[in-house]
Write a protein that binds this ligand. Structure first.
Ligand code: ADP
Ligand code: MG
Length: 402
């Protein structure tokens, strides 16, 4: 069944609550990257251009103690939003109360109102105590926010794996809930890969730890036709196979698990044949070595060129590709070639749905200039991993079916 999308709603004259993901990086009250605000524009524009009254809100950072309040003031986001959307944004410096209710009552068709960081509700100032009303989906809070609107649009994928008052809580107390365009894209690509992948379906996994990704590895082994493994996690698998991985990063308590996965995989797992090694974890040129030729002090920091060729062969004809986890220490210029290589392979695949999920993987693809050369880069870190695992995400489950 398909989920209801914002464009399925009749928003004219209605108060439309829009849960955005404005959790932008900030330094001393200045936004350092406004990608998430830009990404929210299509949904907000759709609502105001169709005569809706937009009430937008988001969390920003964590609010656990009094000193987090000022640090996570979301006012700068409302200012940037107004600049980007080229319309006034009325900001209310509260998450509830008379001023907010009056501002909502005065809101006209096509206007935008934004209120303070939803996680201000996680801390009780008078009691000087963390209460987590937003983050633990306090029922009174969800019902209160729902009472401010007529319909609800959830467009925050980054928090969709957690039930909060500002997603599940509102949805439980309002007539209609739809997905925004951002959430729609996540459902289409990640949900599509999970539920109805077009084959051949190839998964590429990397990143730092096997232990972070056990659920994803198991789910992908189940669903995908091949699972290509790089990143630091490759060494846990290679060591499990009895190879000398030198001083490479490895989780020794996961060797048994790696062996179980290899056995269960029935040949689906493709491991690197070479790596770029260095004697220390630093950004100086390394040496390409076969995975059978490591010295005891060699530290593998990237996959090698023969591995990229092997991955290219395995990707030929792929129709769905899901990638999570950088192939090497992409933050270092001497060890980003494997990650660039995989970006390049994805960019050149014809007629395939190419999906990148995971915080660092998305950052790598963007930083390396491949953001618009793949079908979809997920906007969620933890949420995209849980979605890929095949788990039901509360923030998606709470959206109405069409
Ligand atoms: P994601 O956030 O996309 O899920 P992870 O957090 O699992 O990805 O992994 C990203 C990190 O893995 C990066 O910081 C990268 O430097 C690190 N990494 C990748 N390959 C290696 C390696 N061979 N040795 C050490 N660290 C690595
Ligand atoms: Mg990460």
């Amino acid at each position: 069944m398909a989920k209801k999308i914002v464009s399925d709603l009749n928003v004219r004259g209605k108060k439309v609550l829009i849960r955005c993901d404005f959790n932008v990086p900030m330094k001393n009250g200045v936004i350092t990257d406004d990608t998430r605000i830009r990404a929210a524009l299509p949904t907000i524009k759709y609502v105001i251009e169709n005569g809706g009254k937009a009430i937008v809100f988001s969390h920003l950072g964590r609010v656990k103690q009094a000193s987090d309040i000022e640090k996570n003031d979301i006012t700068p986001v409302s200012v940037r939003l107004a600049e980007l959307i080229e319309k006034p944004v009325k900001f209310v410096n509260a998450t509830r109360g008379a001023e907010l209710e009056a501002a909502v009552a005065e809101l006209k068709e096509g206007e935008i109102l934004m209120f303070q960081n939803t996680r201000y509700e996680d801390f009780d100032v008078e009691a000087d105590k963390e209460v987590k009303k937003e983050s633990k989906n306090n029922p009174e809070l969800g019902a209160y926010w729902a009472s401010l609107g007529d319909v609800f649009v959830n467009d925050a994928f980054g928090t969709a794996h957690r039930a909060a008052a500002s997603n599940v809580g509102i949805a439980a107390n309002i007539a209609e809930t739809a997905a925004g365009f951002l959430l729609e894209k996540e459902i289409k690509f990640i949900g599509g890969a999970v539920d109805t992948p077009v084959r051949p379906y190839i998964a590429i996994l990397g990143g730092s730890k096997v232990s972070d990704k056990i659920g994803v590895i198991e789910a992908l082994l189940d669903k995908a036709d091949k699972v290509l493994i790089g990143g630091a996690m490759m060494f846990t698998f290679l060591k499990a196979q009895g190879k000398n991985i030198g001083a490479s990063r490895c989780e020794d308590d996961k060797l048994e698990l790696a062996n179980e996965l290899l056995a269960k995989a029935n040949g689906k797992i493709v491991l690197p044949v070479d790596a770029v090694v260095n004697k220390a974890f630093e950004d100086v040129p390394g040496v390409v070595k076969s995975v059978d030729g490591f010295d005891n002090d060699d530290m593998g920091l990237d996959i090698g060129p023969k591995t990229l060729e092997l991955f290219a062969k395995n990707l030929e004809g792929a129709k769905t590709v899901v990638w999570n986890g950088p192939m090497g220490v992409f933050e270092m210029e001497n060890y980003n070639k494997g990650t660039i290589g995989v970006c390049e392979l994805l960019a050149n695949l014809k007629g395939a749905s190419t999906i990148i999920g995971g915080g660092d993987s998305a950052a790598a693809a963007e930083q390396l200039g491949y953001a618009d050369k793949v079908s979809h880069i997920s906007t969620g870190g933890g949420a995209s991993l849980e979605y890929l695992e095949g788990k039901e995400l509360p923030g998606i489950a709470c959206v109405d079916e069409k």
